[in-house]
Write a protein that binds this ligand. Structure first.
Ligand code: BGP
Length: 466
């Protein structure tokens, strides 16, 4: 039986730095951080946690913390700097070095091909709204499979097709800052198509290993139970979960979802006749689940669509309402972090049970679970009790879901070390390891790092009795 994966995760733009080193091309996030007035926290990922130079130290520290797996993403812009055309050998060499460190310290690499960042030229040509990006992504995926297939057993194609496109095209806080759900669904459709094509290619080449999608998925809940509330809940389930998960697990867009888009009068001419076959051949081996919080909804009969997010950390609860679908509700009895995220660990239990009911026999892995806090150093230590409490709750509820039949084969805390939080900058910290940005990116393990080490030691054989 394979070992349960206990690890933590990062993403290229958020931790690497070295933005213009090693032949790396420019991405839309470099453009955002250097040039956009939407960069409200006014910081960049130019240096960030400087993983580009600290990778060996970081992976060694993970191993010392008992972690046996590391989730990270490859920067497309390091491999094919202009998005199409020339492959950059220096970029390939960098990830080979990262993979060699993983091997040296006995840490299993768990690799994402696309985690929000794309070469700027592709982005300027329409990004995920342009089907050419799908072909460019497939070429990029082929290069990565070919170069790294010996070292990587766990691949994921795309990180969070739902949340990424929601922020980029509907909330409008990520580039290209749009507020248009129709464009959002178009972009997400192309992402899912790119993912399916990459999975198909991976299988065609008979590469050893497993491949999946990382989906931000939510336990959708209501505070009341009646027909109107149940309808809102089903709508939210389609909107946030099934649009992505049915498509990559069952290989088919849910009919009810397409009906909803038609009812919204969207032009769906971007759905091409042969796509259905591609989706049916691009099913995942496992579903990666990013689990942070639940989504609480109630009916909405208004005409206006308003989508917001809290990027300031001022405690405000984001208000969201989507005409013809649902609106967000709030449970005043549940604690939230400064960015309005509920601290509600039971949500992972409900989520896993729901996913297991809908997709029986699917292997799941918690690819992200974490909490953003204003961590502070005091006497050289970071006592992040609130994080320990949050993570511990999630692990307990995950274990309960596993004991009731959910097949979960790994758990990754977000994040390995402090890193750049999209739009929120560096004050919102998630790491098990503190990064002192004022002092050459010095690493200092937080209390949660040691808590996790102890937990892994205790739980090492978590799946041995199945
Ligand atoms: C997920 C992303 C991660 C990470 C995390 C925390 O949606 O996959 O990249 O950033 O959320 O979110 P944030 O940094 O916005 O607080």
């Amino acid at each position: 039986m394979t070992k349960f994966l206990w690890g933590s995760g990062t993403a290229a733009y958020q931790c690497e730095g070295g933005w213009n080193s090693g032949g790396r091309g420019v991405t839309q996030w470099d453009d955002f951080s250097h040039n956009s007035k939407m960069n409200i926290n006014n910081v960049t990922g130019d240096v960030s946690s400087d993983f580009y130079h600290h990778y060996d130290e970081d992976i060694k520290m993970m191993a010392e913390g008992g972690q046996n797996a590391f989730r990270f993403s490859i920067a497309w812009s390091r491999i094919i700097p202009d998005g199409t055309g020339k492959v950059n050998q220096e970029g390939i060499d960098f990830y080979k070095k990262v993979l060699a460190s993983c091997k040296k310290y006995g840490v299993e690499p768990f690799v994402t091909l696309y985690h929000y960042d794309m070469p700027l030229d592709l982005f300027k040509n329409g990004g995920w709204e342009n089907r050419d990006t799908v072909s460019a992504y497939l070429t990029y995926a082929k290069v990565c499979f070919y170069e790294f297939h010996d070292e990587i057993k766990y691949w994921t194609t795309i990180n969070e097709p739902n949340y990424d496109t929601l922020c980029s095209y509907a909330i409008g806080n990520y580039p290209p800052y749009k507020h248009n759900l129709e464009e959002r669904w178009h972009a997400m459709y192309n992402m899912m198509l790119a993912s399916a094509l990459a999975i198909k290619e991976f299988r065609n080449q008979n590469y050893q290993g497993q491949i999946g999608v990382v989906s931000d998925s939510y336990s959708i809940e209501t505070l009341e139970d009646n027909d109107d509330y149940r309808k809102a809940k089903d709508n939210a389930d389609l909107f946030f979960n099934r649009s992505v998960n049915d498509t990559c697990v069952l290989g088919k867009w849910p009919e009810e979802f397409l009906e909803k888009l038609k009812a919204d009068n969207y032009d769906l001419s971007w759905i091409k006749k042969n796509d259905a076959e591609i989706f049916s051949q691009g099913k995942v081996d496992f579903l990666g689940v990013n689990a942070y919080d639940r989504i609480l909804v109630k009916p909405y009969h208004g005409k206006e669509t308003v989508l917001t997010n809290n990027n300031t950390g001022d405690g405000e609860i984001p208000k969201n309402m989507i005409a013809n679908w649902f609106q967000f509700d709030e449970d005043k009895n549940v604690k939230k972090n400064a960015w309005g995220m509920e601290i509600y660990p039971k949500s992972v239990y409900t989520l896993l049970k729901d996913l297991n009911d809908r997709y029986p026999n699917t292997p799941f892995v918690i690819t992200e679970n974490g909490v953003g806090l204003y961590d502070k150093i005091e006497d050289g230590q970071i006592d992040d009790k609130a994080r320990i409490e949050y993570q511990n709750g999630f692990v307990e509820w995950m274990k309960k879901a596993m004991s009731e039949g959910c097949n979960v084969f790994g758990y990754f805390i977000w994040s390995t070390m402090d890193l750049y939080s999209w739009v929120n900058g560096y004050t919102k910290r998630y790491g098990l390891v503190y990064v002192d940005y004022e002092n050459n990116q010095k690493r200092i393990p937080k209390k949660s790092f040691y808590w996790y080490k102890d937990l892994i030691e205790k739980e090492e054989n978590i799946n041995e009795d199945d």
